[in-house]
Write a protein that binds this ligand. Sequence first.
Ligand SMILES: Cc1cc2nc3c(=O)[nH]c(=O)nc-3n(C[C@H](O)[C@H](O)[C@H](O)COP(=O)(O)OP(=O)(O)OC[C@H]3O[C@@H](n4cnc5c(N)ncnc54)[C@H](O)[C@@H]3O)c2cc1C
Length: 383
Amino acid sequence: MSTQNDKVVDWDVAVVGLGSMGSFAFWQLASMGVNIVGFDRYRPGHDKGAGHGETRIFRTAYGEGVEYVPLLQEARELWRQLEKETGVELYIENGGTMFGPADGEFITTVQESVKTYHLPHKKYTGEEARKVYPQINFQDYQVAIYEELAGYVKPELAIETAVNRGEELGGTVFTESPITAIEPDEDGVTIRTADKQYRVNQVVVASGGWTKELLPQINLPVTLERQVLVWYEAEDPKQFTAVKFPIFSRVSKGRGFYGFPTIDGKTVKVAFHHGGEEANHPNDVDREIHESDLNNLTEKVKKYLPGLIPTPVKAKTCFYTNTPDEHFVIGKSSRVPNVTLLGPMAGHGFKFAPIIGKIGAQLATGQQPTLEISLFNPDRFNN
Ligand SMILES: Cc1cc2nc3c(=O)[nH]c(=O)nc-3n(C[C@H](O)[C@H](O)[C@H](O)COP(=O)(O)OP(=O)(O)OC[C@H]3O[C@@H](n4cnc5c(N)ncnc54)[C@H](O)[C@@H]3O)c2cc1C
C-alpha cells in the first residue's frame, strides 16, 4: 500500500501489459524501488501478441530515422545490464548487413546514422558483399552496410527475464488477468479486472495491439498488420551460424526482407517486413498459415539465399501495430491524466524495449526522460 493525497492506494504504479515494452518498464520501475504491480492478459513470453518468434533484430545504424540512434545506443547498454543482473544471455551481437538500392531511403538513412554517430561499419558494393557473405546473393545495383553494433535478441526469454527480475526486486505480478477498464482522474487511476478493482497513482499502458480498445478516449489511429515468420533448412548449417552469418535486412520502398543466423543449428528464419493483411483487433488476426503466405517468401529465398533449401519447414504468425507515420507512441497524452503510453511500437520496437521501459519508468515517476522523445508524442495525431 502507498498513499495518494493522504488516501491509501494499492500500488504507486501499475503496468498494464507485461509484453515487450511493459516487461522492461516493470523491471525498470522495480529497480527504482517503486511500489509496483504488473498485469498481463496471458503469461509473459506468450505467442498471442507481438513479442514471440525466437529472435528479433537489433541494429543501431537505423534506416527508420537518425533520431533513433541515441535511444538504440542506450538500449544496447541496458540489454547488457539485464544480462549482467540475471546471468541470462539475451543479446547476441554478431553484426548486421543492411542492403538495398544505393539511392533507397532506408540505405541512405542507414548511412546518415553511421556518419552522424561515427558507428563502426563497412560499406560494400553488391559484388564485394557477395565475396564477404557468399550466403547472400547481393545484386549488383545494391549497396550493403555492415555494422558491428547489430545482432539479435531473444524475445520470449527477454520478456520472461525482465518480469522475473522485476518480481525479484519487489514487484507484484498478475498473469492471466486482463484489465477490463482504465479510469484515470485528476488524483490517480482506477483499474478493473473482471472481478476486482484497484487504485494506483499512475498507470503505464503497454498493451500493444490492445491499446486502442483499452484507451478509446485517445482515439489512436493505429492499425494491425498480420506478419508471417518462416523457417527454412540450410544445406550446410555451418555457413549460417552467428559467427559466419550476420542478421540481414533489405528494405526497398518501405517493404523489407530480413533474416537471422541459425539458432537451432539447422534452420534459418526469414520474413517480409510489411505487406500483410490489416486487422482491427488481435482476435481478428488470421493465425492460420496459408500456401500464399509461403510462396512469395520462398521465391525471395531462392533469389537471395541459395544455401537454404527452398521448402518451408515451420511458420508462425504475429502482428504489427502500425501508426500513420511509422513512429512509436510514447509519453503522456493530454487526454488522460496519470497515464503513460508505451506503444504501440509501429512494427519495429523490440530492440528498443529496455530504453522504452526506462523512459516509461521515468515518466511514471514524474522525471523528465533523459533522451528526446517528442517524435513519439501521443497527441501528434489529434488534428
Ligand atoms: C513478426 C514480427 C517481427 C518483428 N521483428 C522485429 C525485429 O526484428 N526487431 C524489432 O526491433 N522489432 C520487431 N518487431 C516489432 C516488435 O516485436 C514490436 O514492436 C513489439 O513487440 C511491440 O511490443 P508491445 O509491448 O507494444 O506489444 P506486445 O509485446 O504484444 O505486448 C502487449 C502486452 O499487453 C498485454 N495486454 C493486452 N491487453 C491487456 C489487458 N487488457 N490487460 C492486461 N494485459 C494486456 C498482452 O497480453 C501483451 O503481453 C517485430 C514484430 C513482429 C510481429
